[in-house]
Write a protein that binds this ligand. Structure first.
Ligand code: AMP
Length: 395
């Protein structure tokens, strides 16, 4: 168990809080989705209530180590002030921790909040260079990490500062860790993993790590066709990762040995072209035409996967079942999202496309946990050590 902000004295102390405020902006630099800012609010409010002097850092976009005004956190400061109902002081300095930031941090009063400029304006940040970690740490007495979305990166503001300051988690980080630890250490059975998306090779480490933990793996999306091909099905012009064919066979053998039920689609919704308005038809996996591609799981598969999800006690989902961005091929992903919403199981969605899908279908309500970190949750489930988590003190 990692220490959290509940475990330490905060009153009057300077806290360096790393958030993930990497929000999408439109051409006029308006925030188009403020969910990431909202999800940090409980931690910030707690720090304010406890009388901490909160100095927040985040990255935004990829400014490539240069101060690029396009990636300034200025719009975030405005939105955060609105959400907190209190002005957030914002220091926009190209060097992030320049004289103005130092002065503002020094003079910060208990309960007040200061936002620094985009940490990726400094080239040292993503290289985790000690000099910048030390500069950031010199502003505060405690490091609170609430940026789960970047916890898989060993950067100065996500991990390096912990070399100089005692490090604990914020509430969002605590919640993420608790759901993923539960999945990996003590899931209620039957435990099902639903895996989709386009690339088989991206999901191999994940499948390997889950094989001794889950009871069932449901495979959909473009990656399913490499497994179907490995089982000897003809897949027409569907996505195929030729190089992973051998690994796909190996994985299915390992699943059998481990007693894991490894399901691949019985049928697919196919079309001649990768287009929403391409005429589509359902085919069984044994009879896919050679000039068509599978762009979604078919209705029989969707029903089978729904049943498995309904009968599970724990379900984790990573990757869409089809090209859900196109309405004509969103049905399978919608069916899985609906089942995730309807089941009594503990349900966890590993961020990224699957999270976007449940939001698109407005089915977030019944999901136990939608992770805020696509890449971080994938690495967690692969069994990797996340630097932004590992650096936190144990209880
Ligand atoms: P990934 O980035 O590997 O998680 O893959 C996500 C992408 O896979 C989404 O953009 C989907 O549109 C795409 N996808 C899902 N199913 C298929 C499919 N059957 N054929 C091609 N692309 C797919």
């Amino acid at each position: 168990m990692k220490k959290t902000i509940r475990d330490i004295a905060l009153n009057g102390r300077k806290v360096f809080l790393r958030c993930d405020f990497n929000v999408p902006l439109d051409d006029d630099r308006n925030i188009t989705d403020d969910r990431r800012i909202q999800s940090a609010v409980p931690t910030i409010q707690y720090l304010m209530k406890e009388g901490a002097c909160t100095i927040i850092a985040s990255h935004l976009g990829r400014p490539k180590g240069n101060p690029d005004p396009q990636y300034s956190l200025a719009p975030v400061a405005v939105r955060l002030s609105e959400l907190l109902g209190q002005e957030v002081q914002f220091v926009s300095e190209p060097e992030v921790t320049g004289p103005a930031a130092k002065k503002a941090a020094e003079e910060l009063s208990p309960g007040a909040v200061l936002l620094l400029e985009n940490v990726r304006f400094r080239p040292e940040e993503t290289k985790n260079e000690a000099s910048f970690s030390e500069e950031l740490a010199s502003l505060a007495e405690i490091f609170v990490n609430d940026a789960f979305g970047t916890a898989h990166r060993a950067h100065c503001s996500t991990a390096g500062v912990a070399d100089y300051l005692p490090a604990v988690s914020g509430f969002l980080m605590e919640k993420e860790i608790s759901f993923f630890e539960n999945l990996l250490q003590s899931p209620a059975h039957p435990f099902t993993a639903v895996l989709g998306g386009s690339k088989v090779s991206d999901k191999i480490p994940l499948i390997e790590n889950l094989l001794d933990k889950v009871d069932t793996i449901l495979v959909g999306g473009g990656m399913a066709y490499t497994f179907l091909k490995a089982r000897g099905c003809e897949i027409g012009t569907s996505l195929l990762d030729e190089e992973s064919l051998g690994l796909a066979s190996e994985i299915m053998e390992k699943a059998e040995t481990a007693g894991v039920s490894f399901l691949i689609p019985k049928d697919s919704l196919c079309a001649p072209e990768f287009k929403n308005d391409s005429p589509s038809e359902t085919f069984s996996s044994e009879s896919m035409p050679e000039d068509m591609m599978g762009l979604d799981i078919g209705p029989e598969t969707a029903e089978q996967y729904r049943q498995v999800i309904m009968d599970s006690a724990t379900v984790v989902w990573n990757g869409p079942m089809g090209v859900f961005e196109m309405d004509s091929f969103a049905g399978g992903t919608r069916a899985v999202a609906q089942a995730m919403n309807d089941t009594q199981a503990v349900t966890v969605i590993g961020g990224g496309d699957s999270a976007a899908a449940v939001r698109k279908f407005d089915l977030e309500e019944g999901i136990s946990h939608i992770s805020t970190g696509g890449g971080a949750s994938l690495e967690y489930l692969e069994g990797k050590v996340l630097p932004g988590v590992a650096c936190l003190q144990d209880k």
